[in-house]
Design a protein around this ligand. Structure first.
Ligand SMILES: [Zn+2]
Length: 297
């Protein structure tokens, strides 16, 4: 009986160790925080990764799946990177390779990231037929606008422009959750890439943090919108505005008004679509609110 119990305990211990491997090796020296598999997060989340460095590296860069993550200095002896887990990344174990480049050599680290599945809901929407079945002229417009949008994310400023924590651009009821699988007029569409926050028409929308206005636009799907570039591959999007109050290239501070809530583009009522893109990954904007740090060195 005792033997069975101890065997059961062993099985349990191995099981727990496979889920939380580093709990059993808490003091491994000289490896990035997150080494040996304890880095984990759900689809759509952002994970903060800290890498210890010696002296002054020229550059610290990470790679996860086919995305590049730029790290920035934080305090002495550490570099920090924001790792975005895309809402459509495959659950399971992935390698995060980190390269620390010094003037005379390179250090390489490998960290296992345990990516967990998020339980996204299905959202059924009914929209006017002309907003779904596009005529050829609109299709041309939509394709052009997709290109413009794509190029807005081309730049990756080498330093973070943001500082300390992030804030909600508008307060209200979340009417369309990030990641929800959308069925529009009975047809499956792409999952929702942001959070829809319902608020009265004309409510001021503020910048979630400091950044440069990369794009101020009026597109078919997104309506009037703003894209802010916060540096290091972090962008925030504000769509369906009734009014845009900033111009391209302008620097805005955290909390600065950038526009007003509306229902322009493909929208069924006044709301803000708030999206965040991090190193090419679509992440849940609310996951940024959970982290707090100082972006500057
Ligand atoms: Zn939306």
């Amino acid at each position: 009986m005792i033997r069975i119990k101890s065997r059961m305990f062993l099985v349990l211990a191995v099981l727990v160790a496979s889920i939380f491997p580093l709990n059993f090796f808490p003091h491994i020296q000289d490896l990035p925080a997150g080494a040996h598999g304890q880095l984990s997060g759900k689809q759509g989340e952002v994970v903060v990764v800290t890498v210890p460095v010696k002296g002054e590296p020229i550059k610290v860069v990470g790679h996860l799946l086919d995305r590049e993550i730029m790290f920035f200095p934080k305090g002495t002896g550490n570099y920090v990177g924001l790792l975005g887990l895309d809402m459509q990344d495959k659950p399971g174990q992935h390698d995060l390779g980190i390269q620390v480049e010094y003037p005379d050599h390179k250090d390489r680290h490998k960290v296992t990231v345990l990516l967990m599945k998020e339980d996204y809901k299905v959202q059924h929407l009914k929209l006017p037929k002309k907003m779904v079945d596009l005529d050829s002229k609109t299709l041309v417009r939509v394709k052009q606008e997709a290109k413009i949008l794509h190029h807005a994310f081309d730049t990756a400023l080498p330093d973070p422009l943001w500082n300390s924590s992030f804030i909600e651009p508008v307060q209200g009821r979340v009417s369309g959750r990030f990641g929800s699988r959308r069925v529009i007029n009975g047809e499956s569409k792409r999952p929702h890439s942001g959070e829809d926050i319902a608020a009265p028409d004309g409510t001021p929308v503020v910048a979630m943090n400091r950044g440069i206005v990369r794009l101020a636009m009026d597109h078919f799907f997104t309506g009037k919108g703003v894209i802010l570039d916060h540096g290091l591959g972090l962008f925030s999007m504000y769509f369906h505005l009734s009014e845009v109050d900033v111009t391209q290239g302008q620097m805005v501070e955290k909390g600065d008004p950038i526009g007003k809530v509306g229902a322009t583009g493909r929208a069924t009522g006044p709301h803000l679509h708030w999206g965040v893109r991090l190193n090419g990954a679509s992440i849940d904007p609310y996951s940024l609110l959970k982290i707090s740090f100082n972006g500057s060195s």
